[in-house]
Structure formats: C-alpha cells, structure tokens
Ligand binder design. Structure first.
Ligand code: NAD
Length: 323
C-alpha cells in the first residue's frame, strides 16, 4: 500500500470510529487501538504533509452535534488535548514549553473519562449547559445538566462566566445500571464514559436524572473574571464558590515531579470510584499559557498523558469477581 493510500485509509477509519464513539456512543474498538491509529496518522501526515487534508481527524475535534438538540456556538472553542503516551513524549513537551517560556510550574490533574461540558453563569445563575460537540458548536443540554446534583444552579457572587468540566458516571452507578438493564432484557452499556454521554444526550431529562451522573469542574474560560492568574488559583476559587472540583490534583515544579505523579496514578488509578484514562498536565501560569497559545485542535500549554491499555481487562475482571 502506498503512503497516500495508508493515510486515506486511516482517515476514513478514524472518521468512522469517531462517529461510532461520539454520535452513537457505541465504540467498536478500544480507545488504545484508536489512539495508536491516530498516532500513526499524525506521524505519516508529519512526514508527508502533502496528503494532509482539512477534514483529517488529526486537525478536527472529534465530536459532532446531534440534530435533536438545539445547536449553540461556543463563545470560545472547546478544544481537545494533545496526547503523550510515554516519558519521551512528556520530556519533548517539557522541552517545547521551557524553550518557549522558560521554567514553569505544572498543574497535574486526573483525566476523568467522561463527557466535556460547559456551564454558563450570568449574574450568578446557571443559564446554559452545552456539550463540546465539534468544538465550535455544542448541543444545548441545559435541562439534563440541571439533573446533576453537583452542578450549582446559582452561586453566591453575581458572576458572569463560563466554567468547564467533565460529567461522568461512577463505577458503582454504572455497574448497577447495567445490572438492572440486564435484568430488564435491555442492551448493556460498554463503559461508564459511553453510558454518561448517552445519558446526557437523552431528550427526556427525567431519564438523565435517573442515571445519577456526577461532575468535576476543571477550568474557567476567562480567569480574570474570577481574579485568578494561575490554574491553581482558578481551582481554589472554584472551591470557594462551592463548585465541585477534583481534590486529587498537584502542582509540580518540573517534569520530574510530573513523572512521579504519573507513576503513582498508574499504580493507583483503580482505587478511584470513577474511571480515569490518564493525567492532564497544564502550565500553571496564565501569562505563560497565553504566550504559548493554541494549535487548531488543542492548547500548546497542556497535554494529556494516556495510560497504557489495560483498563478493559481489569474492568472485566472486576465485573467477573462481583458476579
Ligand atoms: P482526549 O480525551 O485525548 O482529551 C481531551 C478531553 O479530556 C477534554 O475534552 C476533556 O473532556 C477531558 N478531560 C478530562 N479531565 C480533564 C481535565 N482535568 N482537564 C482538562 N480536560 C480534561 O481527547 P478527545 O478529543 O476528547 O477524544 C479523544 C478520546 O476519545 C481518546 O481517548 C480516544 O481514545 C477516544 N476515542 C475513542 C474512539 C473509539 O472508537 N474507541 C473513537 C474516538 C475517540
């Protein structure tokens, strides 16, 4: 097969997998397989940029917008994250960052395996909740999001701002949902992520409310709105405003600290009550973030380290043990 044919074939396959994952909420391959194919495509397109097209899965945020929901344009795009799969990728990321802006602190956060959502507040009231959609336009799922108890419907300060986070289903809720679906003779969900995404994209919000979803908020669109100049301050400020943030986070002074944090969570990820698929590493300082800027698909100041594939086996093992 020629390089051009391989690139075309990978683009086609990945677009189909994106559709199954983001539209149908029913992936047919494991995330690690998807990530490996995407990585191959990125490398081939880098070596042969003449075959890179504008609609390649490497330049687009993966999701789509379902017609059944009102479509709303994001005030600022909801992007994806670049990926790192090993120490070498992380050191290369660190090298790029420090070359550009000098020494930095990194905020390390758990990468929750759920669905990215944005919540808009006006004068302290929750007025609109959107999915990431295709990154530019999202689906209006405000009513479904209101059923998540951990989402503040109003806050004590009359702030107008947008906060973003990950809606997810805990492992316990997922297990009991599948058990009851099985006893009713219904199809079971493949994993908590797809189950959460499917639940939030139900037209009937009573259904979403039965699914007991949860959320962690992890970013604020305009940090100056909440008087924060670092990611660390932003998260603390969200805590003060009584938003639910993940307390499992850690500020590191250099890449060695980041690597230690990753090592710890690679060993302990299954102790958590929810699924994570990696660690997100963000340059802490807002000014440095602004200097680094964005690519078409992701911020240059952050990266998602993905755990090596093993989750599925472990998860199935958990299920088997509990039967
Ligand atoms: P991504 O999952 O690599 O990273 C971006 C996302 O991370 C953000 O949108 C956000 O939702 C999430 N996130 C979780 N915790 C976060 C935190 N603390 N801070 C910031 N962001 C956080 O990229 P993606 O574009 O969302 O999707 C790609 C993912 O979907 C990959 O994991 C891929 O394997 C999977 N996928 C799988 C298939 C399949 O067929 N199996 C198909 C398409 C995509």
């Amino acid at each position: 097969m020629t390089v051009e044919a391989r690139i075309k074939s990978l683009q086609k396959k990945l677009n189909q997998y994106n559709y199954e994952y983001h539209v149908l909420d029913q992936p047919t391959i494991e995330d690690s397989e998807y990530d490996a194919l995407l990585r191959e495509l990125i490398e081939l397109e880098q070596q042969h940029p003449e075959f890179k097209t504008d609609d390649s899965p490497t330049v687009r945020v993966g999701g789509v917008v379902l017609d059944k929901f009102e479509k709303v344009k994001h005030d600022t795009p909801m992007l994806s994250l670049g990926n790192a799969f090993n120490e070498e990728d992380l050191r290369a990321f660190d090298h790029r960052i420090t070359q550009a802006v000098g020494s930095v602190q990194y905020m390390c956060e758990l990468k929750i395996d759920g669905l990215a959502v944005s919540l808009k507040y006006e004068d302290g009231k929750f007025i609109q909740g959107l999915t990431r959609g295709d990154g530019t336009t999202g689906e209006n799922i405000t009513e479904n999001l209101k059923t998540i108890h951990n989402i503040r419907l109003s806050i004590e300060e009359p702030l107008s701002f947008e906060v973003r986070g990950e809606a997810f289903m805990s492992k316990d809720v997922f297990k009991s949902l599948n058990e009851s679906r099985e006893s009713e003779g219904l199809d079971t969900f493949k994993n908590p992520r797809n189950s959460a995404a499917g639940s939030l994209r139900q037209l009937d919000s009573r259904l979403a409310s039965k699914r007991k979803l949860d959320i962690f908020l992890y970013s604020v669109n305009d940090l100056t709105e909440i008087n924060a100049s670092t990611q660390h301050e932003a998260l603390s400020r969200l805590d003060t405003l009584k938003f639910k943030t993940n307390q499992e986070r850690s500020l590191k002074d250099n890449i060695e600290g980041v690597l230690d944090y990753i090592k710890y969570w690679t060993e302990h990820r299954h102790d958590l009550r929810y699924e994570i698929d990696g660690i997100v590493i963000k340059v802490n300082d807002l000014e440095q973030q602004q200097q680094l800027g964005f690519t078409e698909k992701s911020p240059r100041w952050a990266i998602a380290y993905k755990f090596p594939a093993e989750e599925v086996e472990t998860y199935l093992h958990d299920v088997e043990l509990s039967i």
